[in-house]
Design a protein around this ligand. Structure first.
Ligand SMILES: Nc1nc2c(c(=O)[nH]1)N[C@H]1C(S)=C(S)[C@@H](COP(=O)(O)O)O[C@H]1N2
Ligand SMILES: [Mo]
Length: 438
């Protein structure tokens, strides 16, 4: 049984059409009758480990959530939960499985990690760490972290930080880069000062339209001639009251792995704008052209492209506000519940880039019907909204629970990652977990 599960799962990864054919029988996708009446249902049932009460509304070609999981590589890092999923070790990249995003505020030990280069080794006395503000400013500033803390108003905001590539694993054909599922995101309390206050102290000169961020990490290759990540944002975004320079996370000194002693938090936009080990901010009169700002990096197509095709120059815009997303944080994907269970309590979180979340819905029947989850009030527009929902379950069997968030402009998560692009940004399909009852 376990063997069959795995092989079918593998087949789905390698050759979904053939797997679909195997499972659903000869009339795959085209006819629900073919699936329901034939050996297909038996095959699928065996593969997922239980009968599928809502099989009638299961889309043809759907890879059951129970099969769509890869075995995770072991992860271990000081101060981090071993349950994080390792996506790469050089540089270190690890995501948070949805069931570990079950806290109101994501604890540091469960927070995802995304490095692009080699982090600085010895950062010394945190309060002596220097940040400079230069470029199109009236009086360039160099300030030690200790002075920054006392000179500007300190603020704390709970806000989501999300990698621009979150959801990349859902693109088909696969997109280049770390295969994030839903866990390149977390919601922590950040303490620091408003970036705006610091930029205004330096005096924004006429013509400034863009920021450039530099930090103390070095290029992954070890070659000092190669430049490490350096991204920036439109000045407007930098001047928002929630854009911050932070030195504490959940009330603790910012851990080195998260950019300590000091980093930027530019909430709602790709995580790469939230520079770690921050040393310098430069105001520019042009869009920044640092590492990660050009080509198809952190860019999405303006006109949809044929999936897998060559990118056309000029058809890309910089990804700014992140798309809406939800995760079901409890139960965990793959949970088995006792036979006879007829009520399912769900917990999760939904978030969005700049506009906030207006609704979250859940479905137990492959999206045929949806019911609203009840959501907490966000503390600010970059906070996530925790939610709960209760579902009635008609019988024992295999279920998929789907969650779908809607942003304040009415845009919902898509059924599959949309707007394919070579580096896989902006993939925000609805979240699915598998639950077996009995
Ligand atoms: N200096 C520096 N800052 C950086 C990065 C980096 O590699 N170097 N990675 C960025 C990316 S791509 C993301 S998603 C976030 C991840 O932050 P975290 O590791 O604290 O979760 O940091 C951003 N800031
Ligand atoms: Mo990222």
């Amino acid at each position: 049984m376990a063997r069959r599960e795995r092989s079918l799962g593998e087949l789905y990864h390698a050759d979904p059409e053939r797997a679909d054919h195997e499972v659903f029988g000869r009339r795959t996708g085209l006819s629900r009758r073919g699936f329901l009446g034939g050996a297909g249902l038996a095959g699928m049932t065996a593969a997922v480990g239980g009968t599928i009460p809502f099989a009638a509304s299961m889309p043809g070609g759907l890879i059951p959530a129970a099969m769509a999981q890869d075995a995770a590589a072991p992860f271990s890092f000081p101060g981090k939960d071993p349950g994080l999923t390792l996506l790469g070790d050089k540089p270190l990249v690890a995501e948070t499985p949805a069931h570990l995003l079950d806290d109101e505020t994501t604890p540091i030990d469960k927070f995802f990690i995304r490095n692009n280069g080699i982090p600085p080794e010895n950062t010394g006395d945190p309060n002596a760490w220097k940040i400079s503000v230069q470029g199109l400013v009236k009086s360039p500033l160099e300030i030690a972290l200790g002075d920054l803390k006392s000179r500007f108003q300190n603020v704390t905001n709970r806000m989501v930080l999300e990698c621009g590539g979150n959801g990349r694993a859902y693109f088909d054909p696969p997109a280049r880069g770390n295969q994030w599922t839903t866990g390149g995101a977390g919601c922590a309390e950040w303490t620091g000062v408003r970036l705006k206050d610091v930029l205004e102290a330096a005096g924004i000169a006429p013509g400034a339209i863009y920021t450039a961020h530099d930090g103390a990490d070095t290029h992954l290759s070890g070659d000092s001639a190669k430049k490490p990540l350096s991204r920036g944002v439109r000045l407007e975004k930098a001047l928002e009251e929630h854009s911050m320079i932070v030195w504490a996370m959940n009330g603790q000194d910012l851990p080195a792995i998260h950019g300590g002693p000091v980093r930027l938090i530019i909430p709602g936009w790709p995580g790469s704008a939230s520079h770690k080990w921050l040393t310098k901010i430069t105001l520019r009169d042009v869009e920044h052209d640092g590492q990660g700002m050009t080509g198809t990096s952190y860019r999405v197509p303006i006109k949809p492209m044929v999936p897998g095709s060559e990118p056309q120059e000029g058809n890309f815009r910089i990804l700014e506000s992140m798309p809406v997303r939800s995760v079901i944080s409890s139960p965990a994907n793959g949970t088995t519940l006792p036979a006879g269970t007829r009520k399912l309590s769900l917990r999760g979180a939904s978030w969005n880039g700049d506009e906030g979340v207006s609704a979250t819905h859940v479905s137990i029947d492959f999206g045929a019907t949806w019911q609203p989850a009840s959501m907490s009030e966000p503390r600010n527009r970059y906070d996530w909204r925790r939610w709960t929902a209760e579902l009635d379950v008609p019988s024992d069997g295999y279920y998929e629970i789907w969650s779908r968030a809607t942003d304040a402009k009415g845009r919902m998560q898509t059924h599959a990652a949309a707007n394919w692009n070579p580096q896989g940004y902006g993939g925000n399909p609805l979240h699915r977990i598998a639950v077996l009852i009995g």
